[in-house]
Design a protein around this ligand. Sequence first.
Ligand code: SAM
Length: 241
Amino acid sequence: MDAKIRLYVEHPLGDGQTVPLDRGQANYLFNVMRLAAGAQVLLFNGQDGEWQAEVSQAGKRGGELTCLEQTKPLQMPPDLWLCFAPIKKARTDFIVEKAAEMGAARIVPMQTDFTNAGRVQRDRLQAHAVEAAEQCGGTYVPEVAEMQRFDKLLGNWDLSRRIMFCDEALTSSASGFLKGQVSAPWAIFIGPEGGFSERERDKLRAMACATSVSLGPRILRADTAAVAAMTLWQQALGDWS
Ligand code: SAM
């Protein structure tokens, strides 16, 4: 019987491995989805690939699943980070969800000069990344990092990681910049609603590992820009081609 439900668990997966369910997972499987003993689900944990598992114990406050067979090996996304300045909550949630679906390996909220959002709830954003992975069939869940100040992030930057700096101030379209680039570790930088400050723009432009890119002649919302930039990068250097 083909399992339809995919569940992310923080537990090793393997042949015959039993997986205890926490209260929330038991509630979802047995009360919301009304599964009973013998039903099958797909499990993944971000390391061991995807496994078909059977409900071996179903209870109100807990339960247990038993792994039957691996249905998908771990498929790592390309080594691409999305570094973005948080905007309004719902749109920030959207950015994290899209980044997880589109194959970011890591998601880094960054505090820039014009970022309005004071702080982000990392756990809540991480839960959005998990949900996106469950929905899109991914076997890997990108880490949502703690919010970092722009200067600190660049201060510790590994120069072997190239930066796709989405610069709304660019007028000439730098399309095609990705052609011939190496698919080394990369990061996409997206600014806040108010954009990058001149100071930040100068800092990024001075970095040999950074390439300024236009995303066309119109100013995109940060969430639109994040999706557009990831599409360009994935198509040119990622795992979409
Ligand atoms: N400062 C802009 C303005 O004057 O309205 C708004 C910034 S935009 C809402 C947020 C971020 O999306 C920018 O900092 C940039 O990273 C990216 N972005 C938006 N439109 C872009 C474009 N046409 N080219 C490159 N990046 C763009």
